[in-house]
Design a protein around this ligand. Structure first.
Ligand SMILES: Nc1ncnc2c1ncn2[C@@H]1O[C@H](COP(=O)(O)OP(=O)(O)O)[C@@H](O)[C@H]1O
Ligand SMILES: N[C@@H](CCOP(=O)(O)O)C(=O)O
Length: 313
């Protein structure tokens, strides 16, 4: 196997998981992207073998060594392909805010895997799309963000039933239709909550009645997003995670409550604390009205659905 010469750049979208009732299952790619540029060297041209630079989100906070999430993901891809480069340079231009529930970690993982694969001549013959998706889900721990980050659009993902002892867990992802009228407004609070912390707030079991109600809304949400957005408010009612997470993000849940009381299909994006409200076009009057409800100190973005997923530039 041989590495390609010169830098390669990939761009990978933000994602919003759960979308209300679709906990650990539904995900939507959003038109806000990180850009990763990598270059490999077969000699000791890079001091210490690794040079990482970051601008934008995570600048000054993420580590710049082997523990950097993009680097870890690139190493995993090189491992599968069969060879680590002697030297690696990585530059990240990040727009996706970290620990806000907009899939920054999945973007880092999917972007890193795809970048490493693109840095190897014929890399996709060894690390095919299916293996890459499984590897991404394995690193992230749940497949609902990595699926839309990789495939784009609206995805339904999950984990197959346990395989015989010794087998690795196996995830699935299906991309499904999303109505072109659908856009979103995200309200991003100034401080984050790590996904790990927000997952730690969930109970081991939930009442059967909640599970049944949630299943109905999830099914309705797939239909609403595909071609019946008039049902989005009813379809985004969650019974499995948002309320349990309220103590870690009370302002976010208060905003969700206010928006929903006014008929807006609002949810906690991913594990929070960003709030996502569905709208009908980034330039629409509805979007302008929603953006005006951004709390002081928060940032607000009107975003369309990204249909491309990760791309090599
Ligand atoms: N582009 C990135 N580069 C390096 N590390 C990242 C990147 N994106 C995310 N991370 C790591 O993942 C953490 C956030 O992941 P997580 O808690 O899952 O939140 P979310 O994915 O919702 O933004 C960050 O604090 C950082 O440690
Ligand atoms: N299903 C996960 C989604 C986490 O998304 P993130 O963008 O917050 O990492 C969960 O709800 O924990």
């Amino acid at each position: 196997m041989t590495f390609v010469e010169g830098p390669v750049t990939v761009t990978v979208p933000a994602t919003s998981a759960n979308l209300g009732p679709g906990y650990d299952s539904l995900g939507l790619a959003l038109d806000l992207r990180d850009e990763l540029t990598g270059e490999v060297f077969s000699t000791d041209a890079v001091a210490g073998g690794l040079e990482v630079t970051v601008e934008g989100a995570g600048e000054g906070t993420v580590p710049l060594d082997e523990s950097h999430l993009v680097v870890r993901s690139m190493r995993a891809a090189f491992e599968i392909i069969g060879k680590q480069p002697a030297g690696l340079k990585l530059h990240c231009r990040n727009q996706i805010p970290h620990a806000r529930g907009m899939g920054s970690s999945s973007a880092a993982i999917v972007g890193g895997l795809v970048l490493a694969r693109a840095l190897v001549a014929g890399g996709e013959l060894i690390l095919d799309d299916e293996t890459l998706f499984q590897t991404a889900a394995e690193i992230e721990g749940h497949p609902d963000n990595v699926a839309p980050a990789f495939y784009g659009g609206f995805t339904i993902a999950g984990e197959d039933d346990a395989l015989p002892t010794g087998s690795r867990r196996h995830c699935f992802a299906v991309r499904t239709a999303v109505d072109p009228r659908v856009s979103v407004v995200v309200f991003v609070p100034p401080t984050g909550v790590e996904t790990k912390t927000a997952r730690g707030l969930l109970p081991k079991t939930v009442p059967h009645s909640d599970a049944a109600a949630d299943a109905g809304r999830t099914a309705l949400l797939v239909a609403a997003l595909s071609d019946a957005p008039e049902h989005l408010h009813r379809a985004t009612r969650d019974f499995l995670h948002q309320e349990y997470r309220r103590p870690a993000m009370p302002e976010s849940l208060a905003l969700v409550d206010e928006l929903r009381a006014d008929g807006v299909a609002a949810i906690v994006s991913g594990a929070g604390p960003t709030v996502l409200a569905f709208s009908n076009g980034v330039e629409s009057a509805e979007t302008t009205k929603l953006a005006a409800r951004c709390p002081a100190g928060w940032s607000c973005h009107a975003l369309s659905v990204d249909m491309d997923g990760v791309r090599i530039l």
